[in-house]
Design a protein around this ligand. Sequence first.
Ligand code: PLP
Ligand code: COI
Length: 355
Amino acid sequence: MNDNFTIHKTDKPKEKPDQNSLGFGKYFSDHMFVMEYTKGKGWHDGKIVPYGPISLDPAAAVLHYAIEMFEGMKAYKTKDGRTLLFRPEMNAKRLNITCDRLCIPEMDEKLFLDAVKAIVDFEKDWIPQGEGRSLYIRPFIIADEVFVGLRPAEHFTFIVFLSPVGSYYAGGLSPTKLLVEDEYIRAAPGGTGYAKVGGNYAGTLKAQQKAIGMGLDQVLWLDGVEKKYVEEIGASNAFFVIDGEVVTPPAGGTILKGITRDSCLQLLKKWGYKVSERKVSIEEIFNACESGKLDEAFATGTAAVISPVGELTWKGKKIAINGGKTGAISQRLYDELYGIQTGELEDSMGWTVEV
Ligand code: PLP
Ligand code: COI
């Protein structure tokens, strides 16, 4: 552990939740990591403290202008008791890409990794074991400077908290039903779509609520200019298998460059699949389905891992994908990724980092 971090231990440790009813994001461990940024001083005073509410001035910039960014990653406990992180250096890099977009000061990648490792190691008893379970890690930064004028902030707080989780979707690996959203958009060129900022998510709720009201699970986003090309699936990246070719939209400025997406691309290429990062229109997908060439579709993300798609609804028209069942490629990717993440399979890609 970084010797510069101080530790304040809770005197009220919580009872651990029932492992069979974890769900996603409902329970939190006993401690969190907190560090401040002050202009002229940089990031300083990293510490582990009891998990609990934080106090903010009503004029804190984050509350008014959404100067906030976050990351999402997971820790796994192996059968032989080791703690593994999955490609955490990618989260460190993406954190800085996001920070740059919001004029938040950069954080040294090693400092970020030290902080994540320190809190995960301290809370390792909170990592649940068993199929689909992990410790979700939520690092985030808020501008807590007290100033109502609009300009880049000069004081920030970085926090990492931990949540023992099961599956993101209640149905686990069972295929989801998506609404192809043709009214609201998530991102536009020149905006913040490629960055992991809280402000990107608030604007998606209306569409998600619409999908759920229609008895569907999630939204498939189209591009913000023509509403023609597929972009993302809720808070995850989108993949389609069309006539044997695995296609995912290119990570331009409007989609989040997922770490799971990159891992899937690398595995698929290694396995010899034809893989393309290219624009794919929703029309191409519906046409492929009609001519029997849409083999499968799936979403990728830290929270969801691999989530197969069983049905799409676009402008009132419904199509079923792979008979509404999990496809072979989705299953193979899930088995391989989850196997590497949990230490059950050999990590031939060198992706896991032991804490
Ligand atoms: N797209 C969005 C909008 C997300 O919020 C996420 C989740 O982090 C992803 C994609 C998937 O990214 P990753 O695989 O790095 O979790
Ligand atoms: C993640 O996959 O880490 C996410 O950020 C999704 C989140 C909205 C729960």
